[in-house]
Design a protein around this ligand. Structure first.
Ligand code: DGT
Ligand code: MG
Length: 411
């Protein structure tokens, strides 16, 4: 005997930024299917449909246990007719026929392969597919003109489609830290993106760099890039000015700050030697910030001894690796962002993700608070003022939201 009260079991707030979403997921079968349909919609440039599936998946991810019947979903937000059909199909038949047929479709497979090339987006992939190019071989034979990013993407295709581990992200953190300390003592760098949210793997490694004195960060990116280049760490890099004003994010930022906010898309060459060098990365401080001006406390002699024994181990291991025919390095996508300290909290919040969490924060700000949030600033449209913040906590407070730590932004 089931009473009405027992049927309504789950209660979930409608905005993802009001929820605590850890990496735990009790409904992976359902959310995998919805994520696949979301991805297919995004790759077909049907953004609205993509977001609808992403929101539905996020609600299921927030549930404390597996869904077993449709009645349990009553009253939950963000579950549209289409998503409900997909869920019903899975609960009744064990799989979603739509997700399965999408996964098998030539078009989806081709879109996946082609957008797997760094520098190739949905538009380019679609054009190629219409020209009959469905795979890498066909692309290479087609004589299509590829830009520099796409050439690098094709060259390092296998590596870049291999997940980056947390361990490798830590090694790259060390390298970026060395670069930053060499070119500007006192500068600070923070691991952002999925790794800041505690993910154990990712498609790239993202860093935010700043300096506690406003203005000192100007010109920092080219110096960091030159240093990395001179040390042979970069297989590819393209630095762009932040294209915020060209994006669809809406108003929100004084134009004087615009030329201070730069981004570098790069491909790192991560060698076995670097991996060994960084066996025990320092643990980051609570907010993820590391001041890079502090010198290592190790006495010189101790460093030398450990270097020597490490070198011997290394030679042996390198020999073994060579004999096994393995490549001694891998390519890794790395994104660097430089922000002035006055915008640091906004940049940190904006670049930690997840993408849906960010989208939901902006939607909440606009629809519920009449404010415009970006990675640069928070503007109150009613009072017509910018709201200052030096921490993520303050931004959540301005927005009237409970603070959600990075590890619970895995929507
Ligand atoms: P991953 O790398 O696939 O494991 O996952 P994430 O969460 O690290 O995703 P990623 O690296 O694409 O982006 C990290 C966050 O940075 C994402 O939540 C949103 C933000 N983000 C990415 N691209 C842009 C951009 O062009 N502009 C702004 N404002 N934010 C961006
Ligand atoms: Mg990332």
């Amino acid at each position: 005997q089931t009473s009405q009260a027992e049927v309504v079991v789950f209660s979930v707030p409608s905005y993802a930024c009001q929820r605590r979403s850890t990496l735990e997921n009790h409904n992976a079968v359902l959310t995998d299917a919805l994520a696949l349909l979301a991805e297919n919609a995004e790759l077909s440039e049907e953004e609205g449909r993509g977001v609808a599936f992403r929101r539905a998946a996020a609600v299921l991810k927030a549930l404390p246990r597996p869904v077993t019947s449709m009645t349990e979903l009553r009253g939950l937000p963000c579950l549209g007719d289409h998503s409900l059909r997909v869920i019903k199909d899975i609960l009744e038949n064990g799989a979603s026929s739509e997700a399965e047929s999408t996964k098998q479709s030539e078009r989806y497979k081709a879109l996946k392969v082609l957008t797997g090339i760094f520098g190739v987006g949905a538009k380019t992939a679609d054009r190629w597919i219409r020209e009959g190019i469905l795979g890498l071989q066909q692309l290479q034979e087609s004589g299509q003109t590829l830009n520099r990013a796409q050439q690098a993407g094709l060259e390092h295709y296998d590596d870049l489609n291999q997940p980056v581990t947390k361990a490798d992200a830590d090694v790259i953190s060390e390298i970026v830290e060395r670069a930053v300390v060499s070119v500007l003592p006192g500068a600070q760098m923070t691991l952002i993106g999925g790794f800041r949210r505690g993910k154990l793997s990712g498609h790239d490694v993202d860093f935010l760099i700043t300096h506690p004195e406003e203005g000192r960060e100007v010109g920092l990116m080219p110096k960091v890039v030159s240093w990395l280049e001179s040390q042979g760490f970069l297989l590819y890099q393209k630095t762009t000015r932040n294209s915020y004003l060209e994006s669809k994010d809406g108003p929100g930022r004084p134009s004087s700050n615009m030329d201070r906010f730069e981004r570098c898309f790069s491909i790192f060459k991560l060698t076995e030697k670097e991996r060994r060098r960084t066996k025990h990365p320092e643990t980051a401080t609570e907010n993820g910030l590391r001041t890079v001006s502090t010198p290592e406390p190790d006495p010189h002699s101790r460093v030398q001894i450990s270097e020597r024994s490490r070198c011997e181990d290394e030679e042996l291991e390198v020999d073994q690796t060579k004999q096994a025919g393995h490549k001694l390095w891998r390519a890794v996508r790395v994104d660097l962002v430089v922000s002035p300290i006055s915008q640091f909290a906004f940049a940190l919040l904006g670049w930690t993700g997840s993408k849906l969490f960010e989208r939901e924060l902006r939607r909440w700000a606009g629809h519920e608070r009449n404010m415009s949030l970006s990675s640069h600033a928070l503007y109150d449209n009613k009072q017509r003022i910018y709201l200052r913040a030096t921490s993520e906590e303050e931004i959540f407070a301005h927005l009237g939201l409970e603070f959600i730590p990075p590890s619970e932004r895995n929507t």
